[in-house]
Design a protein around this ligand. Structure first.
Ligand code: DQA
Length: 166
């Protein structure tokens, strides 16, 4: 019998503060229009409000969060490349339309070898057939889709938990 009550060995959760992790959120093309863009599909939360909520959520968990949006594939590739050397520990990415097209962004994430979660506001599987293909899902730690802005919230929660247990 393994009774830990008498000989409780201190584990990572027993009084040791873990280090602050740096989380990067990447938003792909047209997500700068969040709130205005097809609100019946993508919701009414602006990108600025969404990012502010994520920063607060990360900080409440003891981590930090930086966010970056671009409409340009090469800029997202370059941001992922930069993440290899800037102490980023985890990436949340909504590749938006690049989900279905971008081998370049997939390759950048594979090269970075950082854990990431693929995030979507809508559920691409409940939409047009071309949205069912993702160049990211098989490399991702997980995929969160279909919950509007809450998809990011759930993904960040999962990232924080994973970082805490790493
Ligand atoms: C999206 C889904 C994609 O199919 C689409 O191209 C987007 C947004 C989403 O968050 O639901 O731009 O990634």
């Amino acid at each position: 019998m393994n009774d830990s009550s008498d000989f409780a060995a201190p584990g990572p959760a027993a009084g040791y503060a873990r280090s602050v992790a740096k989380i990067l959120v990447l938003h792909g093309p047209n997500l700068n229009l969040l709130g205005d863009r097809e609100p019946e599909v993508y919701g009414r939360t602006s990108l600025a409000d969404l990012d502010t909520a994520l920063i607060r959520q990360a900080e409440a968990a003891g981590d930090t969060l930086a966010s970056y949006q671009s409409n340009a594939e090469h800029e997202l590739v370059e941001r992922v490349q930069a993440a290899r050397h800037d102490t980023t520990a985890f990436i949340l990415i909504n590749p938006a339309a690049f989900t279905h097209t971008s081998v370049a962004l997939r390759d950048a994430l594979a090269a970075a070898a950082l854990p990431f979660i693929e995030v979507h506001l809508s559920n691409p599987h409940a939409r047009e057939p071309f949205r069912r293909q993702s160049y990211f899902s098989d490399l991702a730690v997980g995929v969160v889709a279909g919950f509007g802005a809450d998809s990011y919230r759930y993904a960040l929660d999962a990232a924080v938990k994973r970082l805490a247990s790493a």
